[in-house]
Unconditional design. Structure first.
Length: 200
């Protein structure tokens, strides 16, 4: 990510983040080369542990020649075959919808880099099964937008509870998260990278 060292120096003004950054050093996640492949994996991994998602994804890959898929190849698969890999029916339908929208031009992944953060979210949630959280993950990792705060992410919520003493059950949790994170602008994405890492 551009200006990563500048972002880290800025975030060290927060004493809690400063300790986490000192512990883990520089985190420099690389942007995704293939957005379509990345979204396919994101759909499969929703609400699963990393290990379970990886297992299902490996089964999914075996459905294709040389374990390489394209939107058309996914669309050509019966939903039953996708379901047999361990996905839910909803995820199987979502993979078909993603592929169809990619092929018919409804989804234009090659134009995401020109869109604002909000436009990216609105564009991606056209696909059945893709919600705000998945779109935010694409912004933070695949597109490396620097100032995303995924308030609905359970891991980020847990990090705020653990490090900043917030009450998970309180109705104002997300409001308090926003208030604390306002000091991290315009580098809230990088702050979240470290919060996730702190939970490992």
């Amino acid at each position: 990510m551009r200006n990563l060292n500048k972002a880290i120096s800025y975030l060290k003004k927060d004493p809690i983040l400063s300790e986490i950054i000192f512990k883990y050093g520089v985190l420099n996640y690389q942007p995704t080369d293939n957005l379509f492949d990345s979204i396919v994996y994101s759909i499969i991994e929703q609400q699963l542990s990393g290990k379970a998602a990886d297992t299902i994804y490996k089964h999914f890959l075996t459905l294709f020649p040389k374990e390489k898929f394209t939107p058309q190849l996914i669309l050509d698969l019966d939903l039953d075959l996708i379901r047999a890999c361990g996905t839910s029916w909803a995820k199987a339908r979502s993979l078909h919808d993603l592929s169809q929208k990619h092929l018919d031009g409804t989804l234009q992944l090659n134009k995401l880099h020109k869109m604002t953060d909000d436009e990216v979210i609105e564009h991606l949630i056209q696909v059945k099964g893709i919600g705000r959280w998945t779109a935010e993950m694409k912004l933070m990792f695949a597109l490396q937008r620097p100032d995303i705060l995924p308030l609905g992410d359970v891991g980020i919520q847990n990090a705020f509870v653990q490090h900043y003493g917030l009450n998970r059950k309180h109705k104002s949790l997300q409001t308090k998260m926003q208030k604390i994170a306002s000091a991290w602008k315009p580098y809230r994405t990088i702050a979240c990278w470290y919060l996730w890492k702190s939970l490992d």
